[in-house]
Structures are given as C-alpha cells and as structure tokens.
Ligand binder design. Structure first.
Ligand SMILES: O=C(O)CC1=CCC(=O)O1
Length: 255
C-alpha cells in the first residue's frame, strides 16, 4: 500500500465550497478547463492528476482503486480540506464511488461521469497494461478517436481533440499501466446500495467504453441517484459538451 504525491491545481475562492475534479485514464487536469470556467466563480475547485499522470508522482507497480482514492484523501488532507463534493470522469468516477464507500462523512455531493461500477472486460486491462509498459501510450492514440469523442466532434474541433490526445502521449507508460490494473480489479456492483451521498450519474449517448446502460446501473444501484444522458457525446462528455454537463452539475451541486 503506497500513497502517491498528487499534482493539483486550485481555482476559485479559498473559502468557497470545495469541488474536487478527478480525471480519466490518460488525461490530466486540463480535461476540466470548461468545468473550472463554470464553477470557479462559486467553488474552490481542486483538480488533480491521477498517480503516474500529468505532474503527479509515478509509483512503479500495480495499484487498486482504493490506493487511488487514498492518494486523493492524502492530497486533500495536505490542503486542509475536510468536506468536499466530487465529480470524476471514468476512472475518476470510480475513485468517486470508492470515496463514497470509504469516507461518506466527508463527501457532500457526488457526480460520476462516463464511469462504471465494474468496467467492461476486466481481463483485458492487465493485457493493456502490459502492452503499454512495452510500447508506450502512443499505441492507444489512434483508437481514442471514437472512444473519447466522436469522429464528427474531432473533425469540427481538431485543436481540442489534439490537445486531449496529447495528454495521452504525455502520460508515462508506468502511470497509465498501473491505473489499467486498478480498473481491471474494480468491482463495486454489490456495494452501490451502501452509497448514501446524493449522486448524479452522467453518460455519453455514443460512449463505447462505458455505454449508457453501464452508467444507468450505477444510478439504479444508488438510492435517489439522478441519471442524465448527453446526446452525441462519447467517453469525455464534460470536454465535448460542457454546456450540458455543466448545467447538470450546477443543478446537482447548487450554487
Ligand atoms: O480506455 C479508455 O480510454 C476509456 C477509459 C476507461 C477507463 C478510463 O478512465 O478511461
């Protein structure tokens, strides 16, 4: 059990309600620029890089979702944050579920975006981890178009698409691989009923990685959870349709 030192960026008033933003596999804090633009007026927004991603420490070897959640708690403890709301995309949303199960007393509101209680095809994740350790993250770049965002969105937003793909190229192979292993062993399907934090689950209608039915399963498992589908969006709806995602988050988080 190791804790990694996480890189984080803060925006908004220091005395505002805290909103923590957790990114997806192979991305960094830049994934949330559009959420910061919306929420830094009302919230102390803290966005972090996953272990082994962006500016965060690379810890060699495998890890679990519980380790990744502990990284976030160590970061927040260091910043003096006790209570917070949390929104996370994909693996970032899985970390959110883990936090809701382990520190419910610290969590005010939870938003789970394009995520799963168990990701598809668990045995494929250690295989992907090995491939990336051997060949780097570059091998995954072409297939992220169609997964992270639609071909149409990429054609209309080439600079934004390239910026997201550059985050993946910049991710250290070991950091990416370790997070793949955490994804492969993550399974809280039987524990969703234990989450008491008010929850919003958001899916991209065109997401092949965590399709709407997979996200709906989270919402159905958590008492009172709201479920929203973003039309035309794939796996990163917060980046490709920030207006829709920000509006849903604003309704959920309040002002
Ligand atoms: O494989 C991807 O890029 C999609 C994904 C699954 C978990 C995650 O964080 O991203």
């Amino acid at each position: 059990m190791t804790t990694a030192r996480l890189h984080a960026v803060e925006d908004g008033p220091a005395d505002g309600p805290v909103l923590v933003l957790g990114p997806s596999l192979g991305t960094d804090t830049g994934l949330f620029d559009a959420q910061v633009a919306e929420f830094a007026g009302t919230h102390r927004v803290i966005r972090y890089d996953l272990r082994g991603h962006g500016g965060s420490e690379v810890v060699a070897g495998t890890c679990t979702m519980a380790d990744l959640a502990r990284d976030v708690l160590a970061l927040l403890d260091g910043l003096g944050v006790e209570r917070f709301s949390y929104a996370g995309v994909s693996i970032g949303g899985a970390i959110g579920q883990q936090l809701a199960l382990t520190v419910p007393e610290r969590l005010e509101k939870l938003a789970i975006i394009a995520s799963a209680a168990q990701f598809a095809d668990p045995p494929s994740w250690p295989v992907r981890a090995r491939q990336v350790r051997e060949q780097g993250t570059e091998i995954l770049v072409p297939s992220r178009t169609g997964t992270w965002f639609t071909e149409e969105w990429a054609a209309e937003n080439p600079k934004a698409a390239e910026r997201l793909l550059q985050m993946l190229r910049d991710t250290p192979a070991e950091g990416y691989a370790a997070c793949c292993e955490a994804i492969g062993t993550f399974d809280v399907r039987d524990r969703l009923g234990g989450i008491s934090t008010p929850t919003l689950a958001i899916a991209g209608a065109e997401d092949p990685a965590t399709p709407p039915d997979m996200v709906r399963l989270i919402a159905e498992g958590i008492d009172g959870a709201e479920f929203v589908v973003v039309p035309g969006a794939a796996h990163l709806p917060n980046a490709t349709d920030p207006e829709t995602v920000n509006a849903a988050l604003r309704r959920h988080l309040g002002s």
